[in-house]
Ligand binder design. Structure first.
Ligand code: NAP
Length: 271
């Protein structure tokens, strides 16, 4: 697919089981065409089965994969493994899941540049259509852009009302990099917050629809996950209403509500 769909379906925490194959099949039936996968989620085969079973043309799907940190010196083989597991011939998008963390690596800039060079070669070989990054802050992107030949197509970052990370969004917009918002519902935690419930009542839309619509109106591409076919359908049904300018401002400026707490500069967990 040439154009990236406006919403993606998340696959984190889904197990590598027949249930997951069914969930992805339901998501395809609902109308999702973009699937956000990662080798670290350890469920590529179950997702691949659903992609194989679908009547949808491969060209109508947008399949995204992520390179795990342990594969930084092994990018081509990791990408080939993902393509094989997903059974999808090529990836529409391949993301560097995490930048090398400054807290772990003195040579984090060189590591990121070395990985990126290998990712650029995947495009030349036709294994992937686009390459991008995930969890990059502005200064980490700035260093990457100095050495790169291909600009990242996407930066996938944790973003939702009450955790907007505006400096990253602004930097990406200024540099023509699309922003995908992971955990657009704060992994579900946001849906119980009064700040969101108030708008849900005002617009007669679910709290999830308010969060997802906020992403769309900020030109962010939400990557949302649901195991439930009714919720997955309603999460897609966000194109028949508009949040007012005032309500967008209100949501943009909410104080901190929640987040995963994962910071790619200080993180020591993933190496
Ligand atoms: N790049 C990265 O480092 C990174 C990190 C984290 C996540 N991601 C990606 O982002 C995706 C989404 O993030 P996420 O899975 O953390 O969380 P999310 O999409 O923000 O929220 C998912 C949670 O909300 C619930 N939910 C979904 N729709 C709902 C609705 N309409 N009403 C009520 N509850 C609803 C889901 O439960 P049910 O399933 O029961 O509906 C689930 O518990 C991930 O799956 C993954 O693909 C990327």
């Amino acid at each position: 697919m040439n154009d990236m769909p406006k919403i993606g379906f998340g696959t984190w925490k889904l197990k590598n089981t027949a249930d997951t194959t069914q969930i992805i099949e339901s998501a395809i039936s609902c109308g999702y065409r973009m699937f956000d996968t990662a080798s670290a989620y350890m469920n590529e085969e179950s997702i691949g089965l659903a992609i194989k079973n679908t009547q949808c043309d491969r060209d109508d799907m947008f399949i995204s994969g992520k390179l795990w940190n342990a594969d930084r010196d092994n990018v081509r083989q990791a990408c080939l493994n993902t393509i094989q597991n997903l059974g999808c011939e090529y990836l529409d998008l391949y993301l560097m899941h995490w930048p090398a963390s400054k807290a772990v690596h003195d040579d984090w800039i060189d590591i990121n540049n070395r990985v990126w060079k290998q990712m650029e070669e995947l495009i030349e070989e036709g294994l992937v259509k686009h390459i991008g990054v995930s969890n990059f802050k502005a200064n980490q992107l700035e260093e990457l852009l100095k050495e790169s030949t291909v600009k990242p197509f996407v930066n996938q970052v944790e973003i939702h009302p009450g955790f907007m990370q505006k400096s990253i969004i602004d930097y990406c917009k200024q540099n023509g990099i699309l922003v995908q918002a992971w955990s657009p519902l704060g992994s579900g935690r946001l849906l119980k917050k009064d700040e969101i419930k108030i708008l849900s009542e005002k617009y007669f839309k679910s709290p999830a629809q308010i969060c997802l619509r906020w992403c769309i109106q900020n030109d962010l591409v939400p990557i949302v996950k649901s195991k439930n076919s009714e919720r997955m359908a309603s999460n897609l049904d966000i194109f028949d209403f508009e949040l007012s300018v005032e309500d967008m401002k209100y949501l943009d400026n909410l104080p901190y509500l929640c987040s995963s707490g994962l910071d790619s500069e200080t993180l020591t967990l993933f190496g």
